[in-house]
Ligand binder design. Structure first.
Ligand code: PNS
Length: 165
């Protein structure tokens, strides 16, 4: 049987423990995962693409069967380019559902060969997101336990720098 590779796309600005949970559970279902960071010039992220790659790499600590890559343009085109027909997404609370449904249907319209597969997030990460974590961290809130240590350190450093400027 040939190996199955899934694409796990997102902004990962920054990667959270919720993402890491989907990554490790995704590896119980697929042989290989490609973590694909969208490089969107129209969005201003907190962390550069290079910083996001580094934080993910340090968080997965050289675990096998995971590649970290970037993409731009359509996700389905990237999946085809990488010889995959699976998009893996995590589903959190109800609020995710409509957006994910829309995105999955659009992706299917764009390319009916590429399938979207969802894993329910662990209850621990039900209400966390990169956005809310950044918001809390920007005001000095303690987000340890929600993000890997490297991300926690980087968030503190980033907001310290931003306050100086
Ligand atoms: O981290 P996010 O915001 O959940 O990631 C969203 C992402 C990057 C998966 C989505 O915006 C995306 O796939 N963008 C690429 C452009 C594309 O293919 N759009 C058509 C489907 S909506």
């Amino acid at each position: 049987m040939s190996e199955k590779t899934a694409i796990y796309p997102g902004f990962f600005d920054p990667v959270t423990n919720g993402h890491l949970s989907i990554i490790s559970r995704g590896l119980h279902v697929f042989d290989n995962l490609i973590i694909a960071i969208l490089n969107n010039p129209h969005k201003t992220p907190l962390f550069s693409v290079e910083e996001r790659i580094q934080m993910i790499k340090q968080s997965i600590k050289g675990k096998p069967h995971i590649e970290v890559d970037t993409f731009d343009g359509l996700l389905v085109d990237y999946a085809v380019k990488r010889n995959s027909n699976v998009i893996l997404r995590g589903l959190r609370a109800l609020s995710d559902f409509e957006y994910e449904f829309q995105m999955a249907l659009m992706n299917r319209k764009l390319n009916g060969y590429v399938q979207s597969i969802f894993l329910m997030t662990d209850y621990k990460w039900f209400y966390t997101s990169s956005t809310i974590i950044k918001e809390a961290a920007s005001f000095g809130g303690d987000v340890s336990g929600l993000v890997p240590r490297v991300v926690n350190d980087k968030l503190k450093e980033k907001f310290r720098q931003l306050k100086k400027t």
